[in-house]
Design a protein around this ligand. Sequence first.
Ligand SMILES: *Cc1c(COP(=O)(O)O)cnc(C)c1O
Length: 394
Amino acid sequence: MAYFESSRAPGRHFLQIPGPTNVPDRVLRAMDNPTMDHRGPDFGKLGQRILERLQPLFQTSGPVVVYPASGTGAWEAALVNTLSPGDTVLMCRTGWFASLWQEMAERLGLRPRFIDTDWRRGADVAAIGDALAQDRGHAIKAVCVVHNETSTGCTSRIDEVRAAMDAVAHPALLLVDTISSLGSIDYRHEAWGVDVTVAGSQKGLMLPPGLSFNAVSAKALAAAETAKLPRSYWDWRPMLAANATGYFPFTPATNLLYGLDTAAAMLLEEGLESVFARHARHGEATRRAVRAWGLEVQCAEPRHYSAALTAVRVPDGHSADRLRAAILEKYNMSLGNGLGPLKDRVFRIGHLGDFSDLQLVGTLGGVEMGLRAAGVPHRAGGLQAAIDYLSGNA
Ligand SMILES: *Cc1c(COP(=O)(O)O)cnc(C)c1O
């Protein structure tokens, strides 16, 4: 049962928004331990173990900074540690979250240049390449891309963005938001030459909200020495100095760190390859259900389909929000809403984090029953299509 329910609903709530995601019982139990002295002798050992476990999750051998903040805080940290007032940054507006990051950049005194999409695909790599090729004076100091755009269910090809930057030997930093992809979709901080990777706790990492991360390259660390945007709380330098012995410069979110220690161990036990394959399978099963219903997936580019969530368009004249409300009321399941211009036009099925075939079948069953209850025109058979795929591809 949920912690707060205004009326009792039997059984388990289905939290199928694309973050926060379902927190495994093992992680909940880890957090249900006495808070410890964050300056005491044991804490440093725990801190060091957690910082080591984070590196394989980001696929990096470099430092990962942990903030007691939601993902938005780590967005700010990525910008203020590496950039100076008036710097030009190239930002790919692939959806709602990319737009929020761009607005933050403006408020911080940066000068974003945009590359827009129709919100139905990932970042336009050719346009990034063109913009960098034309920037012979190297005015662009950073390229900012959201890896998995949670508002649209489109995943950008960071390897291709890197290749486009290398093709014109542009020295800009590459800053990537992986808040809804890390721990769900293959992501390689080091191999893809990313300078700052931004992540959050409450999506693929299977934790409650409240922690966020910056994985940092050597080039980003060098940029931090000369960057002039004001920074204090977000400054990497005191953080990295304290982290060397497993401590933090201010009070860390101790019990969330217990959870992180456990969640990271669980992902590594399952094996990242298996974790990514599981998410890809669930994405494919979900899209098969959507097509069988006769509905449309928001992502129109198959190479950019997200393995973490699927945004589904409702037919014109119908309301995605009324559908979601019906599903919540009748079946006790939360689905993600449409954001910005997609408000009421799409609903989003989260299939990331701690999630199994049976949970997906329950989720898609709830959607199919909800489509009927809310009178949204569709064909039956979506759930069956997903079951056929899952049972043939165990
Ligand atoms: C959830 C999300 C954010 C916002 O993170 P908060 O933890 O809500 O601050 C930013 N970017 C993406 C891609 C997200 O999915």
